[in-house]
Write a protein that binds this ligand. Structure first.
Ligand code: 13P
Ligand code: SF4
Length: 311
């Protein structure tokens, strides 16, 4: 495997040779963010995947995101640098579990966060992402309860914002759940001019302290546009790379997590992807995302319902 600048060049050569597009999430390692054709949050990347005319999509994110790309654009070859790039939310929720919830609450609408696998999507009525969840939940029929899966923290935040009657799946993000309200309060006390900004996958105790709560893209825009110059950032720290590019003069402090021996807030799954693995997956066109067509079509329906509602 080439190293350093040669590795960067080898990936660019493969991209040309194979007419590939590299899509990367903001939580990816900085070198991958820098080489990507499109950098985005889960909704932006799903749209890019749907609209690309490249032959191959090298998806640098986690498995459910690459799977969503395949669902939306099945004729393209979708490769993921590391198939172990999972997600605690997706891994903790099954289609079978959602079916059981529907049987218990037959009148409910199932709104599922995009952080789930294809089987789970196939059992859902509509998919949401963190950037469109509030608008979509607000526009669902008011006379029916909503089952929200798999993230109970995002679900509780949405229930509070929209006032809707919601039943939650008991899932959480291991990264955002690790933020410590007590330690963040200490950070705020020691840097009183800082604003705390948080992703809604964080626990409500952290969200209650925050000056601003928003999706990955909303947090980026906030740091760029807000008049404050110091921010404590309670989300995955890969985002700091793009925040620094967009707001180079602002000071960004990663929020502290419970484990005092670790000041990091990295998603271990996202960081399984490396430049070396990206090179290998483009070269050998493996590991490839494949899916049964019947499952794909069932999973596509609620994603299309989301895209129609968030134009
Ligand atoms: P976004 O939808 O904000 O990109 O978030 C994806 C994610 O995995 C958050 O932890
Ligand atoms: Fe999943 Fe959390 Fe990692 Fe996002 S940060 S991919 S929700 S485990």
């Amino acid at each position: 495997i080439p190293k350093g600048e040669e590795l960067v060049q080898a990936i660019l050569d493969l991209k040309k040779e194979k007419n590939a597009v590299i899509l990367a999430h903001y939580y990816q390692p900085p070198a991958i963010q820098d080489i990507a054709d499109f950098l985005g949050d889960s909704l932006q990347l799903a749209r890019q995947a749907k609209d690309t005319d490249a032959n191959m999509i090298a998806f640098c994110g986690v498995h459910f995101m690459a799977e969503a790309a395949k669902i939306l654009n099945p004729t393209k070859k979708v490769v993921l640098p590391d198939t172990q790039a999972g997600c605690s939310l997706a891994d903790g929720c099954s289609g079978e579990g959602l079916r059981a919830m529907r049987a218990k609450h037959p009148n409910a609408i199932i709104a599922t966060y995009i952080n789930c696998n294809a089987e789970t999507k196939a059992e859902s009525d509509i998919i949401v992402t963190s950037s469109n969840a509030e608008t979509i939940i607000e526009s669902l029929p008011k006379d029916r309860p909503i089952i929200f899966a798999p993230d109970k923290n995002l679900g509780r935040y949405l229930a509070k914002k929209t006032g809707r009657d919601m039943i939650f799946w008991d899932g959480s993000c291991i990264v955002h759940e690790a933020f410590s309200m007590e330690r963040i309060a200490q950070q705020m006390a020691s840097v009183p001019e800082a604003k705390l900004i948080a992703h809604p996958e964080s626990e409500s105790a952290v969200l209650d302290l925050a000056h601003f709560v928003g999706s990955t893209s909303a947090l980026l825009n906030y740091v760029e546009k807000d008049e404050a110059t110091v921010f404590i950032v309670a989300t995955e720290e890969g985002i700091l790379h793009e925040m620094r590019k967009r707001a180079p003069h602002k000071q960004l402090i990663p929020a502290l997590v419970f484990d005092e021996s670790c000041n990091c807030s990295e998603c271990f799954y996202m960081k399984r992807n490396t430049m070396e693995k990206l090179y290998l997956c483009m070269k050998y066109e493996l590991p490839e995302i494949t899916m049964d067509e019947d499952l794909r079509l069932r999973a596509l329906k609620p994603i299309e319902a989301m895209l129609d509602m968030s134009k």
